[in-house]
Design a protein around this ligand. Sequence first.
Ligand code: NAD
Ligand code: SER
Length: 337
Amino acid sequence: MDDRNNQLYLGAGVATGEMKRILVTGALGQIGSELTLELRKQYGADNVVATDLRNDVPKDFAESGPYENLDVTEGSSLLNVVKKHKIDTIYHLAAILSGVGEQRPELAYSVNMNGLKNVLDVAKDRGMARVMVPSSIAVFGPSTPHDNTPQETVLRPTSMYGVTKVAGELLCDYYWKKFGLDVRGVRYPGLISWKTPPGGGTTDYAVAIYHEAIQKKHYTCFVKESTVLPMMYMPDALRAIIDLAKADGNRLRYRNAYNISALSFDVAELADSIRQHIPEFTVAYEPDYRQQIADGWPHTVDDRAARLDWDWKPEYDLSAMTEDMLSNLGRLIETPA
Ligand code: NAD
Ligand code: SER
């Protein structure tokens, strides 16, 4: 692409930077099911169009605003939805996560790479204001420093999910540098939430443990007791991506993607925090193929760039998160929707 085309795209897309009509892909997943509702609160229900491959839309979610069935690997369908709803901003969440990605690497490649490319192309061609694409601690690998992992460091993951996430970050930066498309992202740690179950990642144990603690007072964990990973509670995760979307672009030294950090604990510490509320809770350990993925990821990450560039700061610590998880899950399990 030459400079003339570069100018053309900059002129069309980044002129106002206003985010008024938002499309969320993968909106029925762990993040999307909560992020969509938060965006609807902030931007108006009709201005946030939820989309997903799935058809089983929960009733309250369906009633909260517009929904379209959309497979992101089908570029023409994506374009139709974007045109129909006059979309100027995309939060692209549709993806295959690390656990499922190792079982189905072709699917992970197709959804994570082709889906992203379709989103970036539609956004570039339509001159969109912003595209938000979450990355992950999965961009790191066994040869990355595991403690206080720097913003800029070795990105040599060994999982298919990690490979697609590194390639995705690079592709997003390419569209920013070459075409002026304002694509931004955070490297999420493992996310913990109670509203929607996680979608097949390595960090899913940190959610399942709460469910099983309440229901069975026992959990069999698929990673070792000493496994330490960075984690974050969903309210902080939602705030992070929305704040980055709204941040002054002139302050951003990076686009794709910012390290963000909140909590780091091993499974024993997590179990202990649950035992503060359920003293009889026990955990057994039966590590499976996900142990190897977890072993390649950081223990803690350095998020000073995010703190400096767009004032990132987490709010939840382990005990506050555990208290909130158990009280909300307890209610949900007693009175399912
Ligand atoms: P999830 O698996 O819970 O949800 C993904 C959604 O995408 C699902 O609802 C699924 O139906 C949908 N989907 C799958 N294939 C699709 C396709 N071809 N077209 C349209 N939709 C499709 O995932 P999540 O946890 O909500 O993750 C969202 C994003 O955040 C992903 O990019 C993921 O890599 C990233 N992330 C998540 C975590 C986490 O712990 N949840 C951590 C780091 C990064
Ligand atoms: N939580 C995600 C996973 O385990 C990390 O990106 O796949």
